[in-house]
Design a protein around this ligand. Structure first.
Ligand SMILES: [Cu+2]
Length: 401
């Protein structure tokens, strides 16, 4: 019997009617704490004495709670920021739909254009931990939620400067608007692959929060977009890391019962697998997947019959800078079959340093065919069967160098 069997489908991404998000509930309006009011007051004062202050005061238009077009949130959800077990001596933090399920990357959040989402962040990270990560004793303690791509106002910016962060033990609601394309105004819409992260832990740019694990993927779809069977968020970061892990640690798939998760990329042949690829930190990277290629457009999939389809290049490698994000959708094992397909940064000293993991493609029944129970680095083409060693299989760890 194969050691590889997909026993259970992964939980779907949050949103779009999937479990996890709470529908229909009117979110709690943020109750500003005294501390926050002081920060806001100080910011207003600074704004007023600034060059643009008088204009802002005259219009009185600063600090709107919600973006235009988002009168009332369509959906609300809870997001917990917690401390996770250390990785060596590195502090690890994560976002989770519950405190118990927090991880890095955090849960993938899914929205549809036109939707307005209220996310209440509960900061359960101990103050002592935030103090330890602080690079300046004058910097306030807290976590935040800052998002790329979609619309939000200053109150949902997730920065210290706008007072939109969450002190330890407190909660705050952030409002995101997946603005639609508008041909009249020229608004391009917000459909795409984005990410969210802390912007406060340690310093004014959340560098320590990001480095500790407070980040996750966001996908905004248009009605009618192809829906993938699985979505994985892969975050390429400093020190040759994928989702803050390197080498064998980046692939924790259990050889007996691989459970899809942040560090176990697994799919059945024929499934549409979507990757939200994000760059964090200070390094440039390239995202490369063996045996698979994708259309370099918004969805990664070419719609049938599009006359401009030939204008969209098909690629299997894409550059990624800090803060960048893009989506990739492939059909697992299409034409190439099941196997262990390398996913890695193609900057050679990064991949050599451990920036490499695997997409484990099982057959249609969820089994890894005999001869594929072990995943040494396969040559390009990936059809060579690896040899099985008991030790590697038992450990569920796969060495790729
Ligand atoms: Cu790299």
């Amino acid at each position: 019997m194969s050691a590889w069997r997909l026993v259970e489908d992964p939980p779907p991404p949050v949103g779009g009617g999937a479990s996890g998000g709470e529908r229909g509930g009117e979110p709690r309006r943020p109750r500003p704490s005294t501390r926050r009011l002081l920060v806001v007051a100080a910011t207003v004062l600074l704004t007023l004495v600034g060059a643009g202050g008088l204009a802002a005061a005259r219009t009185g238009s600063f600090f709107a709670e919600r973006p235009e077009g988002c009168a009332k949130p369509d959906r609300s959800m809870q997001l917990y920021a917690v401390e996770l077990p250390k990785d060596g001596n590195q502090v690890r933090l994560g976002y989770g739909l519950t405190p118990q399920t927090a991880s890095y990357p955090g849960p993938t959040i899914e929205m549809t254009e036109g939707e307005c989402l209220a996310i209440t962040v509960h900061n359960q990270v101990p103050a002592a931990t935030l103090e330890q990560l602080r690079t300046d004793p004058a910097h306030p303690l807290g976590v935040s939620l800052h998002v790329h791509g979609v619309k939000y106002t200053q109150l949902s910016d997730g920065t210290v400067q706008s007072g939109s962060f969450v002190p330890p033990g407190e909660s705050r609601t952030y409002t995101w608007f997946a603005q639609q394309r508008n041909k009249k105004t020229g608004a391009p819409g917000t459909a795409g692959h984005w990410w969210y992260h802390d912007h406060v832990v340690g310093g004014p740019h959340g560098t320590q929060g990001l480095g500790a694990g407070l980040f996750g993927g966001l996908v905004v779809r248009r009605p009618g977009d192809p829906k993938p069977d699985r979505t994985y968020t892969v975050v390429f970061g400093d020190r040759q890391s994928i989702n803050l892990r390197r080498g064998a640690a980046a692939d924790t798939c259990d050889a007996q019962q691989p459970q899809p998760g942040p560090t176990c990329l697994v799919a059945r042949k024929g499934e549409k697998v979507e990757f939200i690829v994000v760059g964090i930190g200070n390094d440039m990277h390239t995202f490369h997947l063996h045996g698979h290629a994708w259309a370099d457009n918004r969805t990664g999939v070419l719609p049938n019959g599009e006359p401009f389809a030939d204008l969209v290049p098909t690629i299997d490698n894409k550059p990624l800078g800090p803060g960048d994000s893009f989506g990739v959708t492939v059909t697992a094992g299409d034409s190439v079959g099941p196997g262990h397909w390398m996913l890695h940064c193609h900057m050679q000293f990064h991949s050599d340093g451990g920036m490499s993991t695997m997409l484990h493609v099982l057959d249609e029944n969820g089994n890894m065919p005999p001869g594929h129970d072990h995943s040494h680095a396969h040559p390009a083409g990936g059809t060579a069967a690896g040899t099985t060693t008991g030790a590697d299989t038992a450990a569920g760890q796969h060495q790729h160098k």
